[in-house]
Design a protein around this ligand. Structure first.
Ligand code: 7MF
Ligand code: ZN
Length: 864
């Protein structure tokens, strides 16, 4: 046993307001690669009699502490440890100046202030400001920041950026230049940002609804300006949309976005100075797919929308993270939906919830959207906090309607502007404007787990009544019943939709009891019940449905999500049946006919047809099982792909020819269908027609969507053309790292027995780089979601991933921790795989200097 000290847990119930408040802070940075000097002057006010001032600070060198112009004496006036500086006998109101030194070049964790690829860059959320200087690093301490940046005036750092407005700039006598920034809005330190480097800058402006002119600046690496236009347009769209739909305008005179190559996450909403991973900024049709464009728009929107939901109103403590993230994801989803394909977006969001959030709920790291206990905050940027959090906000929207929901937002913001709020404050605002009681609804914040819904019905011909009985259960036995909004449609066998008088206009039923019956009148026959329209709640429907009913829903439901979901249920039932009966996969012929008809229908939305043909992923199917049958899942998913390729062959050819003949620049939906078709078709290895189709599509150099679609189809289906296309793609794009990420990912996600050896080779390829998170995500996170190859029976997949995690443990724990998640569900695997994983995880746990990020997750997976 190693004698490592367990990192300490923090509990939501222990929240206490800070003993001191920091009103304002003046920061001076003297940038240097290995020895950056920070001078930090804070105006501080005591809040609690008798308390010591304990400031957070880690991994830097303290130079001096001065209180009201008096130098303090170590050991007498203050004491410091690895993680904190304690000042004794601090007065009521005082100024405190701390000087310290940091080494940005050595900072490979990319948290705090770091230097990568010639750029100084900061990332402070959640608790990274403590790596920059001593501070009260908690979101309920809001200060006004003035920041002066000094850097060598040698051409390496023409841009010196921080939050707010630039007050002044100049040069010193000793070869430095400087810029001074002031942010008038009080903010927590996690929203602080500093960037210094050499960029190209795309300039634009936006006039707010009140007629204020806002300067917009988008900074990208030299030479990339031509790929910045779409992000700028998305920013302006976001600003206009937030005014129109939420009545919220931007508040500073300048909005800056910097795209950087080395970044752990997608992007960061620092006040007035967003920092973005370059992959969510740069996009042009030749090098970025349609999905890349959609992601850029969504992430630009997300960070912009944080200006009100996160920055102006921030979080009281990190247990409230979903207050800003769930709400901002909801806003971003609505923005994307209003900008483009609402139904397609909704279906894709539901897929994320079902494959990843339900998976998290079923595993050892399950947590409520407002957790009770945290060891390492970085582990809580999860699909539960973000995506389930957005679903909870969406349920409020469904229960209250757009008008009352918007009134609730206005109420919440006017009450909490400039403050640090809680989830409770948010629900109270919604309650106040609507008069709707949300006591039981609050359980969505406190209880983890996925509710399971089961529906039975009873038709009485004599009095034409139809009643449905809905039962709710939970995968977490201690859960009390939830308040669940369930939107339903009733459809007759002939496809008529029936709206009984007892059903609300919008089809909404509110389930609050463990079991509850709802009565409806005016039915001449028993209708087909189609529950959960628009996925009105993040729940599982557990009933086994008749194929004929699902076919009726697919044909006639008015809600596109319901039509798509019925097909998904047919796929899942067929796959589960084949596993359980150890039989070959078989689909109802009515489904095949419906898919054939959809492929041939000139008037059907090609995007919806593409989604109907999207079969369950192996990971998605695994969430259907408590005990995961790895080989069975791999077998039936492969069989279903082959079955559809065979049964739909002629229609796939026809649809591919139709869509590829009529591309226009904006035809995202057509390209989705082309790629879907070519993917099925590529499983035919000896068809000249198919080989030609692949080659023709791969040659469409103006569209990365098509080029990559063809490449992926060939590689994933191990088509004879795959090798050659990979080589050509590599030689075309070897100078473009973000495009090479696709090349790495497509190989790492191939369901082939050779994939693991290939990934091993690729770790030594020049396109890979252990220091850049994007490269690690592209190759290794992709592999970690390659179900069949990760779970190879010989354990080689596990060993590869664990070795990577060990290598990253000290270099970049956040990235290491993300790679670990797919390995934690060992308790749901067979005994052989359990043994393999237990041994590897035990070994990892014993590692010296194990990062708390990894410690917390391993502990959770071993608990009970
Ligand atoms: C869209 O939430 C959706 C989610 C934290 C970093 C961005 O704005 C953020 C930051 C993580 C994981 C996902 C996202 C972000 C972060 C994200 C980005 C765009 N406050 Br970690
Ligand atoms: Zn966010």
């Amino acid at each position: 046993m190693s004698l490592q000290l367990a990192p300490t847990a923090r509990y939501r119930k222990d929240y206490k307001p800070p003993s001191f408040n920091i009103l304002s802070v003046d920061l001076q940075f003297y940038l240097h690669d290995t020895n950056t000097r920070v001078v930090n002057t804070m105006q501080i006010e005591r809040q609690v009699e008798g308390a010591d001032l304990v400031l957070d600070g880690e991994k830097f060198e303290l130079v001096s502490v001065v209180l009201n112009d008096t130098p303090l004496v170590a050991g007498q006036d203050y004491q410091w440890s690895e993680t904190a500086l304690t000042i004794y006998n601090a007065p009521e109101q005082f100024s405190l100046t701390i000087e310290n030194k940091i080494n940005p070049s050595a900072n490979t964790a990319l948290e705090g202030l770091y230097k990568s690829a010639g750029v100084f860059c900061s990332q402070c959320e959640a608790e990274g400001f403590r790596f920059i200087t001593y501070f009260l690093d908690r979101p309920d301490v809001l200060a006004v920041y003035t920041t002066t940046i000094y850097a060598p005036d040698n051409g390496e750092y023409p841009y010196l950026l921080s939050n707010g407005n630039k007050l002044a700039e100049g040069k010193t006598e000793n070869g430095l230049h400087w810029a001074k920034w002031h942010d008038p809005f009080p903010k927590p330190c996690y929203l602080f940002a500093l960037v210094a480097g050499n960029f190209d800058c795309l300039e634009d402006s936006f006039t707010t609804a009140e007629g204020r002119l806002v300067q917009l600046q988008l900074f990208v690496d030299k030479g990339n300006l031509s790929q910045a236009g779409f992000a700028m347009a998305s920013l302006k769209n976001s600003m206009a949309w937030d005014e129109k739909r939420f009545g919220l305008s931007y508040d500073l005179d300048i909005y800056m976005i910097v795209a950087v190559d080395f970044f752990n996450m997608g992007a960061m909403e620092n006040k007035g100075l967003n920092v973005f991973n370059a992959k969510y900024v740069l996009a042009d049709p030749a090098s970025a797919t349609d999905q890349d464009f959609i992601n850029v728009e969504a992430v630009i929107g997300h960070e912009y929308f944080h200006n009100w939901t996160g920055n102006r109103v921030t979080c009281r403590d990190w247990f409230q993270l979903s207050l800003k993230e769930g709400l901002t994801v909801f806003r971003e989803q609505e923005f994307s939906a209003d900008m483009g394909m609402r139904a397609v977006n909704r279906i894709q969001d539901v897929r994320i919830i079902r494959t990843h959030q339900f998976e998290e709920d079923a595993g050892p790291t399950a947590h409520a959207i407002r957790p009770d206990k945290v060891v390492e905050m970085n582990n809580f940027y999860t699909v539960t906090i973000y995506n389930k959090g957005a679903e909870v906000v969406r349920m409020l929207h469904t229960l209250l309607g757009e008008e009352q929901f918007q009134a609730g937002i206005q109420e919440y913001i006017s009450q909490q502007d400039g403050k640090a709020a809680t989830c409770e404050d948010f629900v109270q605002a919604m309650e106040k404007v609507s008069g709707k009681e949300l006591i039981q609804f609050r359980r969505w914040y406190s209880q983890p787990g996925t509710p399971e819904i089961s529906i039975s019905s009873c038709f009485k011909r004599r009095n034409k009544t139809f009643s449905i009985t809905i039962a709710q259960a939970s995968d977490k036995p201690s859960n009390a019943p939830f308040h669940i909004p369930i939107k339903v449609e009733f459809i007759t066998a002939s496809g008529e939709s029936i709206h009984p008088p007892e059903l609300a206009e919008n089809g909404l039923i509110e389930l609050t009891e463990p079991i509850q019956t709802f009565d409806f009148t005016g039915f001449n026959e028993a209708p087909v019940v189609a529950p959960l329209a628009n996925f009105s709640a993040p729940v599982k429907l557990t009933d086994h449905r008749e194929s004929s009913e699902l076919i009726t829903i697919t044909r006639y439901a008015t809600d596109p999500f319901l039509r798509w979901d019925a097909v998904q249920q047919l796929y899942v039932q067929a796959l589960k049946d084949a596993i359980e009966q150890n039989a070959e996969v078989a689909l109802p012929s009515a489904l095949i006919e419906a898919l054939q008809a959809a492929l041939l229908d000139n008037h059907a939305d090609p995007a919806m047809t593409a989604l109907l043909l999207q079969t369950p992923s192996e990971e998605g199917l695994a969430t259907e099982f408590h005990s995961i049958p790895v080989e069975g899942i791999e077998r039936v998913v492969t069989e279903l792909h082959a079955l559809l390729s065979r049964a739909l062959h002629d229609e796939l050819i026809a649809a591919w020819q139709r869509t590829s003949a009529q591309y226009v620049a904006s035809d995202i939906a057509g390209r989705m269908l082309s790629n879907t078709c070519i993917n099925f078709l590529s499983s035919r290895h000896n068809s000249e027609q198919v080989a030609q189709a692949i080659s023709q599509q791969f040659a469409a150099k103006q569209s990365m969507t098509l080029v990559f679609g063809a490449l992926q189809a060939a590689v994933h289906n191990e088509h004879p053309l795959a090798k050659e296309l990979l080589a050509r793609f590599e030689s075309d794009w070897c100078q473009a790292p973000l495009v090479m990420d696709k090349w790495l990912a497509v190989q790492a996600t191939t369901r082939s027995a050779h994939t693991l050896e290939r990934v091993q080779l690729l770790m030594a390829h020049p396109a890979f780089n252990w220091g850049n998170p994007n490269r690690i995500y592209a190759l290794l996170a992709s592999f970690s979601h390659n179900f069949s190859q990760l779970h190879r029976a010989d354990g080689a997949g596990y060993r590869l991933l664990i070795a990577a995690i060990k290598r990253l443990n000290t270099a970049n724990p956040q990235v290491a921790s993300r790679l670990l998640s797919p390995l934690l569900k060992w308790q749901r695997l067979d005994t052989t795989r359990q043994a393999l994983l237990r041994e590897l995880l035990t070994e990892l746990r014993a590692m010296p200097n194990l990062a708390p990020d990894l410690f917390e997750k391993i502990e959770q997976s071993f608990a009970d």
